[in-house]
Design a protein around this ligand. Structure first.
Ligand code: FES
Length: 933
């Protein structure tokens, strides 16, 4: 403390606080004023989540010294509601809700406050003004187009005093009472007011702060580990090493090969390996203690790529060697197929590791209870798996551990593997006190699993007319130091590697290899992102070689109902690929003329080359491959007449509560506001399985639908006895149960069931249709989602810079349940795909992470937002709830090859790797004398 008070006005009220040396404004607001709507995503001035408005200007509070706030007027997201007299919410908040701009919500306070500052200076901002003002406020859910629309609608509302205009969102062509209609997200209000609780916002009396000592070496043996000086540091409550783990030492999503702490004489396999954990009174003390931990390592050779890992002489990373899995797909006879081909093409493609960059860094809170149990507060993708893993590490029965899911600030697959939950639990158990373990961005980047780096060789054989005769692929997948979900990810990459085409002869071999790089696991697209880039690039090259229109080539080979896939699955229904192709192709011609693939130059910009590119994709929904894919749900008629739907499925920003709420509302013929959805609590919600593989709409959607149906039947059977009427005469309708022609409120119905001592809870365990493991005859997946995309790019021939101008998408999602959520998923997926194609590259050099700051990992900002035209194809699947299949992953898969194909059409430079190397483009142009000056 330095004595002189900091005095300022915060959200209209005066405040005076003692200064704390080195304190940043974000910390003061969050920790001392409990304004937890101020989010911290990076601590690097990069993400913008911490933006507040100071004296009318948007300011990043995470690196703004609190002392500088003296004498200032500060507004945070908590002060926004009520800022316009006569309106409960600020029009920006209303518009963000209405436009579906709120997804995971972690960036939303920063977006709102940046927009608020903009509108103070510019009440009628153009789209360009908004892009410029929000250029440093990142949204990984990618809702930039929705954010732009919302800001313009709010600005208009502020200027005119009229309510915020509703957005134009196409409804489902299969819309029912509530399914397929526009409803606001139930969690949006909390997210725009700063009330949503993410794990770092959780506080308990006496809570300790934890930190992790990481190896920072990719390959070594721990020779000596001494934590005595750290333990002796005042304020340190516990320092634990591998010796202190009471239960299982290893964890793993599939194979338990990942040590929670690496002990003496044990093996370090990547830089993020943990050797000790500390809990202390403050984060600063915990950080100081890390410096006092002494570790001696014996460095070992590093295996830095999947190809190197498979060499005979490669150092062995695990006792059984470096091969996690050799995955094989066989259909027909490829040699015969290639012999019958008029043209054979062979190309090799590479993709790097990529990071999810969910804006909310990982955080876990563990709290011991007096009864000897432990609560874990975490934004988890798989609460029941976390419960099991924590209990195993503690050597406890899992009933002693309760996982309570918090609002998740994005995940995209990156929060499937357990992270700090075990460490926080071990420290809470050792100290008997609540413990919070929050990663900073650097720690998040180096430690959690990535998208697999791949090398994919594609060989295509085709007749002169374009009919495929054979497809052969060979994939190398770098699964990093530990298995994570590597086997499953690379299996999907392999089974999808011949694209959504019906080729008579297919051979695919994949080698999923351990290396000393950070582990690779689940990431939206689950391996198909990589193989789609390879096959769709090769298909365009084949079209060029055959002099066939690339759309026509895809259309003639496209999977359709009745097709047999490369794994031998007969597609019986819901194959809307050709419709997707036709819709995108027609719109591309409407926007880009009859020759969209030929390069054009804007006369006013003679250095520019523009062209369109095209790509298609498919992606399984559900776990498949013989895995038991099930979800349980409960539906309860509460005494207040609200129907509560419960399952442990996780909401990561994708809008699951809306989807499940709409399904229950439809099944019970009730308004959506009469349904409450409770997710992600291992004590209160039954197991919905992992939120992965685009499965929750399908699997948990069915579980909720059938639980709601069971509840309806339960209510009817009780009421028909109570009223002595034929059950067939009882109907549900809009908040009522109609009995004898009278509207009985659900509250009254609950009372009657109560009086009859009848439970008001119905449950259902839904098991998806059986699938077969790869290699066995039968269906490997319950359904597939299909998509086509076209992208128009402009290449600046002076610099090689690529800009995506327009994207057209069509996705066959079966049935649209939640149109507003779907729009967010579609557009966010496109933005993520643009990032993957143009900028994102998680660089690891000899096992050392180079891109270890947010600033060095270039995720797309609002600047990258193209004009997006979306079409939805609704080819329902028999088994999905109301025909729905899910959509979370397919949306970004074709974006990458559509862009790289467009660049090739524009400047004849073919990308064999992503992100597109724009220097390479320039060099090629210079070599050919085509670079502009
Ligand atoms: Fe923007 Fe999720 S809503 S990061």
């Amino acid at each position: 403390m330095t004595g002189k008070m900091i005095e300022f006005v915060i959200n209209g009220k005066p405040a005076a606080l003692e200064p704390v040396e080195g304190e940043m404004l974000a910390d003061l607001l969050r920790n001392r004023l409990n304004l937890t709507g101020v989010k911290v995503g990076c601590n690097e001035d990069e993400c913008g989540a911490c933006t507040v408005v100071i004296d009318g200007e948007a300011v990043l509070s995470c690196n703004y010294p609190a002392l500088k706030a003296n004498g200032k007027t500060i507004t945070t997201v908590e002060g926004l509601a009520g800022a316009v007299s006569g309106r409960k919410l600020h029009p920006l908040q209303e518009a963000f809700i209405q436009y579906g701009a709120v997804q995971c919500g972690f960036c939303i306070p920063g977006q709102l406050m940046t927009a608020y500052a903009l509108l103070q200076h510019n009440p009628d901002p153009s789209e360009e003004d908004i892009r410029s003002a929000l250029k440093d406020t990142l949204c990984r859910c990618g809702g930039y187009t929705l954010i732009i629309g919302a800001i313009q609608a709010a600005a208009k509302s502020l200027r005119t005093g009229e309510p915020v205009e509703a957005p134009q969102v196409p409804l489902s062509t299969r819309a029912r009472n509530v399914i397929g209609r526009i409803v606001p997200r139930p969690d949006a209000l909390d997210k725009v007011t700063g009330r949503a609780i993410y794990t770092d916002d959780v506080k308990f009396e006496g809570m300790l702060e934890a930190r992790v000592k990481r190896a920072m070496l990719p390959s070594a043996i721990v020779k000596r580990l001494d934590v005595s000086r750290a333990r002796a540091l005042p304020g340190v409550a516990a320092v634990l090493t591998a010796e202190d783990i009471p239960g299982e030492h290893n964890h793993g999503a599939v194979i338990p090969d990942w040590p929670s702490l690496v002990g003496v004489r044990e093996r370090i396999r990547y830089v993020g390996d943990a050797v000790a954990i500390v809990a202390a009174e403050t984060r600063a003390i915990a950080s100081d203690a890390l410096e006092l931990i002494e570790v001696e390592y014996e460095p070992l050779p590093v295996v830095s790529s999947a190809v190197q890992a498979r060499r005979e002489d490669a150092p062995r990373i695990h006792p059984d060697g470096n091969l996690l899995k050799h995955i094989q797909v066989r259909k027909g006879d490829v040699e015969t197929g290639f012999a019958a081909a008029d043209v054979v093409l062979e190309e090799t493609f590479n993709t790097p590791q990529m990071d999810h960059v969910f804006l909310e860094p990982e955080c876990s809170v563990a709290r011991p209870l007096p009864d000897g149990s432990l609560e874990i507060y975490v934004g988890s993708q798989i609460p029941y798996a976390d419960q099991t893993e924590v209990a195993l590490a503690l050597g406890w029965p899992k009933e002693r551990v309760r996982v309570i899911g918090q609002t998740v600030g994005g995940a995209f697959g990156g929060k499937e593997d357990i992270a700090g939950q075990i460490h926080a639990a071990l420290l809470a158990n050792a100290t008997g006190r609540p413990v919070k373990l929050l990663y900073d961005r650097h720690e998040s980047l180096i430690s959690h699993p990535k998208r697999h780096a791949t090398q994919i060789r594609v060989r295509l054989g085709a007749k002169k007319d374009g009919r495929l005769t054979a497809v052969e692929t060979e994939l190398y997948g770098d699964t990093g130091a530990y298995a994570s979900l590597g086997e499953y990810v690379m299996t999907r990459a392999t089974t999808h590697s011949s694209g959504p085409y019906e080729a008579p002869n297919v051979r695919a071999d994949c080698y999923a290899m351990y290396t000393n790089n950070p582990p690779a696991g689940a990431f939206r697209g689950f391996g198909v992102t990589q193989s789609a880039f390879a096959i769709e690039s090769a298909m365009d090259m084949l079209a060029g070689k055959l002099n066939i229109d690339p759309v026509a080539l895809r259309r003639m080979n496209a999977l359709h109902a009745g097709s047999i896939t490369n794994t031998g699955q007969v597609l019986r229904d819901s194959v809307g690929l050709v419709e997707c192709i036709d819709k995108v192709s027609a719109e591309m011609k409407r926007q880009g003329g009859n020759d969209p693939f030929s390069a054009k130059t804007d006369p006013l910009r003679p250095y520019s080359r523009r062209a369109w590119g095209f790509a298609v994709a498919f992606k399984n929904t559900g776990l498949g491959g013989g895995a038991l894919d099930k979800s349980s749900a409960e539906a309860e008629l509460r005494q207040d007449g609200i129907i509560e739907v419960r399952t442990s499925a996780a909401e990561l920003g994708q809008g699951l509560p809306t989807v499940l709420g709409l399904i229950a509302a439809e099944e019970l013929d009730q308004p959506p506001e009469g349904i409450h959805v409770l997710l992600s609590d291992t004590r209160l919600t039954p197991d919905g399985g992992p939120t992965t593989a685009s499965r929750q709409t399908f699997v948990s959607g069915n579980a909720v639908r059938l639980a709601a149906k069971a509840l309806r039947e339960l209510i009817v059977s009780e009421l028909c006895e109570d009223y002595d009427v034929d059950p067939a005469t009882i109907r549900f309708s809009k908040g009522c149960v109609i009995v004898n022609g009278d509207c009985l409120t659900l509250q009254r119905a609950a009372e009657i069931l109560n009086q009859r001592r009848q439970s008001t809870v119905a449950s259902y365990e839904y098991i998806a249709p059986e699938t077969k493991p790869l290699g066995e005859p039968g269906d490997i997946h319950v359904a597939f989602i299909y998509a086509a995309q076209a992208a128009e790019v402009e290449v600046d021939t002076r610099t090689g810079e690529v800009q995506v101008l327009r994207v057209i998408t069509a996705n066959d999602v079966g049935t649209v349940i939640n149109p507003l959520g779907l729009k967010g998923q579609l557009e966010g997926g496109v933005i993520m795909g643009i990032g993957h194609a143009l900028t994102e590259n998680f660089i690891v050099n000899e096992g050392q992470v180079v891109t270890d700051r947010l600033a060095s990992y270039r995720m797309p900002s609002i600047h990258f937002t193209p004009e997006i035209t979306s079409f939805v194809v609704e080819d329902p699947t028999r088994e999905g709830p109301y025909g729905a299949k899910g959509v979370g992953e397919i949306v970004l898969i074709p974006t990458i090859p559509a862009i790289t194909n467009a660049v090739c059409n524009a400047v004849r430079v073919r990308a064999h790797s992503i992100p597109l190397d724009q220097e390479m483009i320039l060099k090629e142009l210079e070599k050919r004398g085509e670079a502009a000056v």
